[in-house]
Ligand binder design. Structure first.
Ligand code: SAM
Length: 287
């Protein structure tokens, strides 16, 4: 008997993966947490039935959510990760000797616990002495912070459920306050392809653009996410992701990465015309 995990990328598009084992399932107050084992993509985590992370392509996501910011500001010391329960984002951050503090604020302790038990490939560095884990709402956590971080990474789920508040002006304003003068915000910026994801991508970028003097979007491949075309936002109070790229300085750190490199860094910010038009469309009254 074959067992398949199926996710609706839209009401008319399904994405299925043959699984060998359903390793874990539990329901927290926030979401349903499942972990599966498969031949094709290894072990993978889903939240409320949506793909979050898997062994085969997590390197693409975690390289691109972390390394571009460090290539612009290689001396980052204090980092805040909001979400990121599987630990992959923190794993990549711990590779930088300059980093002194990593606060990871994950609303759902069950995601961290199950990732530590089953997904060592992403959670392996959550015990790094620089990491402080907070099982709280990132929206509340960031409210009273002032100039406390050099980098804030919003590694969130989509803007539904607990993740919804991480795509609001109020939250982005609080991130602005919580960052130092040359701080950087990187946010999970959805995708330009399917209508719902494209709406969310545009709304996130337009709101961030109202608040941050520099607000750019960059793209990368994410084969197991809807359409495989996914984006992150890069925002700052002055640092530009291309003009301020410190290529040699980043290369001299000597990190070996499977996806990110400083040539691809520049190319990632060169978006297709349809994506540029989507992102630059002003928000309507009640958007
Ligand atoms: N890489 C995945 C992606 O792009 O879809 C997401 C990584 S991680 C699994 C996303 C995490 O965000 C989840 O563990 C979820 O519990 C957490 N999260 C959602 N809303 C949150 C909030 N308001 N505060 C803190 N964490 C939140």
């Amino acid at each position: 008997m074959e067992l398949w995990y199926t996710e609706n990328h839209t009401d008319n598009i399904k994405f299925s993966i043959k699984v060998n084992k359903h390793l874990y399932t539990a329901e927290s107050e926030f979401q349903k947490v499942d972990i599966f084992e498969s031949d094709e993509i290894g072990r993978f985590l889903t939240l409320d039935g949506l793909m979050m992370v898997n062994e085969k392509d997590e390197f693409m996501y975690h390289d691109m959510i972390v390394h571009p910011a460090f290539a612009v500001k290689p001396d980052i010391k204090r980092v805040l990760v909001i979400g990121g329960g599987d630990g992959g984002t923190v794993r990549e951050i711990t590779r930088y000797p300059s980093v002194e503090k990593i606060d990871m604020v994950e609303i759902d302790e069950l995601v961290v616990k199950s990732s530590i038990e089953f997904l060592n490939y992403t959670s392996c560095k959550l015990n790094d002495p620089r990491v402080n884990l907070y099982f709280e709402d990132g929206i509340e956590f960031v409210k009273d912070k002032v100039a406390e971080y050099d980098l804030i990474i919003v590694d969130s789920t989509d803007p539904i459920g607990p993740g919804e508040g991480l795509f609001t002006r109020a939250f982005y304003n609080d991130c602005y306050k919580a960052l130092s003068e040359d701080g950087i915000l990187v946010n999970q910026n959805e995708s330009p392809y399917y209508a719902r994801d494209a709406r969310n991508a545009r709304r996130a970028h337009q709101k961030i653009k109202e608040i941050f003097p520099v607000s750019k979007v960059y793209e990368y491949h994410m084969p197991t996410y809807p359409s495989g075309h996914w984006m992150f936002g890069f925002a700052s109070k002055g640092l530009d992701p291309i003009n301020d790229l410190k290529k040699e300085e980043w290369q001299n750190i000597g990190l070996k990465t499977r996806y990110y490199n400083t040539e691809l860094h520049v190319a990632a910010f060169a978006l297709p015309n349809y994506v540029k038009e989507l992102l630059e469309k002003e928000l309507g009254e009640n958007e």
